[in-house]
Design a protein around this ligand. Structure first.
Ligand code: UN1
Length: 498
């Protein structure tokens, strides 16, 4: 039986411009209802190899297409995404569970990325510099790398795919893309759009399947020269070591343990709005989600009270329904992980002020819902204050001063996003200097990165690369230095300098 939102019962891989049938499949479920949506192929090394062969051939020609013409395809991609925004957003909510308003926002992030990277087709700037010798010209250019592999997560299945694939494509590479099996619809929709926009066959290839099979085959394939991965630290460090062994370039976006700092002079109403949005939006399943509130002790009780009152107003439910603000958790494993941290927090001596349990009564009984949760009196060494929970759980950590707030913020293994609410201009500038995360927000929550700035983090959040922004091009290009000697004689650098 075909699901009412679907045109097909089974999805197919997209290899060399063809939609290819799979052999083995797994079910894709709607996390809001547990109903089956579609089946997705579980591919193997064989499909990865086929995709790489196609990509190698396609890339040679694609690299010779002038970048402004490559950009025309991306403009078309952006245009088609814009026309289909509502349909794509609805499918995103169906497979991922995030509320429709957020799904629209995520699709918009992809549209923004398309137009932004299309613009790069007319830049891809290098430098011209002065040579140290007479009658000699020196410059640097960005060169494509070849075939690149991208492995994308279920929590932002279309936005993150655009952060990685669009810069790769505009720079003249071909792509092998393994989307998360929980959220394959976004890849099919984007694949169809690439096809309709006229991207030559083989420039993007979609291979569905498990990380252990398809992801591993990509990491081990000698002709995939770059791996760009967003996901867990455990898998990220495995990928990094395998790529390191092969001297393969790897870009990682991993976990976060992001905090909102609320100072004693903050606008508490605004801080509560920022915390609600960044802790409970997407049910806390963002790498950038706020999971710690580092609060000045003088405003701790007032902030708790206001936050609790606002948490009560949150409507939880199926993201396709109007006015729902918090959707389900992705699946049973996700729920169990969150539930296990509630027990850990209680054992560690934190005080549970709200939530802390799964929602099992109708209408929640068929989906994977977890009550928005607030712990207080948490200390910064507790595991709930150190480890990524990836759910709607926030911990209050009281502090006595601005300096202590900064120290507590930085005392975690991750460094993705941080935020401070204060009206003191000196503290604002000290904070943006001293917070050791890749993204810093002033008087806003920890989420909401824009695509034309670098996205990524310090310490355990990654390995120094950035997604999105012009910096994403560094992952998918090699720098080439070019010297043109027009003196007509041998000129030796560093020697013939008079
Ligand atoms: C993620 O959580 O992996 O800044 C991506 C944000 C979004 C992207 C989140 N624009 O929260």
């Amino acid at each position: 039986m075909i699901h009412p939102y679907m045109e097909q019962a089974t999805l197919r891989n997209y290899i060399n411009g063809n939609w290819v049938n799979g052999e083995k499949f797994t079910d894709v479920m709607n996390p809001a209802t547990s109903e089956k949506i579609v089946e997705v192929p579980l591919s193997s090394e064989r499909e990865v190899k086929e995709a790489v062969e196609a990509a190698k051939l396609a890339q040679k020609e694609w690299a010779l297409v002038p970048a402004p013409q490559r950009a025309e395809v991306l403009y078309k991609v952006g245009q088609l995404m814009k026309e289909r925004k509502e349909k794509i957003a609805t499918l995103l909510t169906l497979e991922n569970g995030k509320v429709l308003e957020e799904a629209r926002g995520e699709v918009q992030e992809g549209i923004d990325m398309a137009f932004y990277m299309a613009g790069e087709g007319r830049r891809l700037c290098g430098q011209t510099v002065n040579a140290e010798l007479k009658d000699k010209f020196a410059m640097s250019v960005r060169a494509p790398i070849g075939v690149v592999g991208i492995i994308t997560p279920w929590n932002f299945p279309i936005a993150i795919a655009t952060w990685k694939s669009f810069p790769a494509i505009i720079a003249g590479n071909a792509v092998i893309w393994k989307p998360a099996t929980e959220t394959p619809l976004m890849a099919t929709e984007l694949g169809k759009i690439f096809e309709e926009a006229g991207l030559p066959k083989g420039v993007i290839n979609i291979v569905y399947g498990a990380g252990e099979e398809v992801g591993e085959a990509m990491v081990q394939h000698k002709d995939i020269q770059v791996i760009s991965f967003t996901g867990s630290n455990k898998i990220g460090s495995h990928i990094a070591s395998e790529c390191g062994r092969q001297l393969k370039k790897v870009s990682l976006e991993l976990g976060g343990k992001n905090a909102v700092i609320v100072m004693d002079d903050a606008d508490l109403e605004l801080a509560v709005e920022g915390i609600i949005w960044s802790a409970f939006g997407t049910s806390g399943q963002r790498c950038t989600a706020c999971s710690r509130v580092i609060v000045h002790e003088d405003v701790k009780e007032a902030l708790e009270e206001k936050l609790l009152a606002n948490m009560k107003k949150l409507t939880i439910g199926n993201g396709l329904e109007k006015d729902v603000k918090v959707g389900p958790i992705i699946n049973q494993d996700g729920l169990e992980k969150i539930a296990s941290y509630i027990e850990i927090g209680k054992k560690e001596g934190a005080t549970l002020l709200a939530g802390g349990h799964r929602l099992t009564e109708a209408p929640y009984h068929r989906g994977y819902y977890f009550a928005p949760t607030l712990f207080t009196n948490v200390t910064s060494e507790m595991r709930i204050a150190q480890e990524e929970i990836f759910g709607p759980v926030v911990s209050f950590i009281p502090v006595a001063s601005f300096e202590e707030a900064i120290t507590v913020n930085n005392r975690v293994a991750y460094g993705l996003s941080s935020a401070i609410f204060t009206n003191d201009v000196n503290r604002v500038f000290q904070a943006q200097r001293d917070l050791d995360t890749g993204i810093v927000y002033i008087n806003a929550g920890t989420t909401g990165a824009e695509i034309h700035l670098p996205f990524g983090g310090t310490k355990g959040t990654g390995n120094g690369h950035r997604d999105s922004g012009v910096q994403a091009l560094d992952v998918f290009t090699e720098w080439k230095a070019i010297y043109v000697d027009y003196s007509g004689k041998l000129q030796r650098a560093q020697i013939d300098v008079d």
